[in-house]
Design a binder for this molecule. Structure first.
Ligand code: S3P
Length: 168
């Protein structure tokens, strides 16, 4: 795979809780690539947590920052990039993502809920009915995620190593 990729970046997309960060780190290690988590860069640049950015600046400001961070990654090669779940929402982001190979980790809302219940770091899930909210978001975003180059169906039973091998 390494030779085939010729150093192009790998962008992991998919819902929150899909395992993009965990799998991305493993994959980067395996390929000898650098690893970037866009949420992590955003929190560093903003000096605030994702929750704080959403609460104080609003989702739109977060999306602008997210887009700026993503655009800058095109200047690099040999990166595995774990993106925020909503990266696919902005049309302009697709031209940045197309700079590399886009891999969708497709997880059912029920499995996402299983992984994320009790999680307080995702502002979009601060809701009376987080499972219902996840189902709603997945339904809205599915057609966008489906534009990835590679789709991998992932379940809660898959280990990060299995998911990584699936991608490879
Ligand atoms: C979001 C997903 C989060 C983070 C923010 C918004 C989304 O990233 O960017 O809370 O819109 O799905 P993860 O997918 O890494 O949790």
């Amino acid at each position: 795979m390494n030779d085939l990729l010729r150093g192009i970046n790998l962008y992991l997309i998919g819902m929150m809780g899909a395992g993009k960060t965990t799998v991305g780190k493993l994959l980067a290690q395996q390929l000898g690539y650098g690893f970037v988590d866009t949420d992590e860069v955003i929190t560093q640049v903003a000096g605030q947590s994702i929750n704080e950015i959403f609460a104080e600046q609003g989702e739109e400001a977060f999306r602008t920052l997210e887009s700026q961070v993503l655009s800058q990654l095109c200047a690099y090669q040999r990166l595995v990039v774990a993106t925020g779940g909503g990266i696919i929402l902005q049309r302009a982001n697709w031209s940045y993502l197309r700079h590399g190979l886009i891999v969708w980790l497709d997880v059912s809302p029920e499995d996402l809920y299983h992984r994320l219940k009790g999680d307080t770091s995702r502002p979009l899930l601060q809701h009376d009915n987080p499972l219902g909210r996840l189902q709603e978001i997945v339904t809205q975003r599915q057609p966008l995620y489906a534009q990835a180059d590679v789709k991998l169906r992932v379940t809660v039973n898959d280990t990060p190593e299995q998911v990584m091998n699936g991608i490879l």
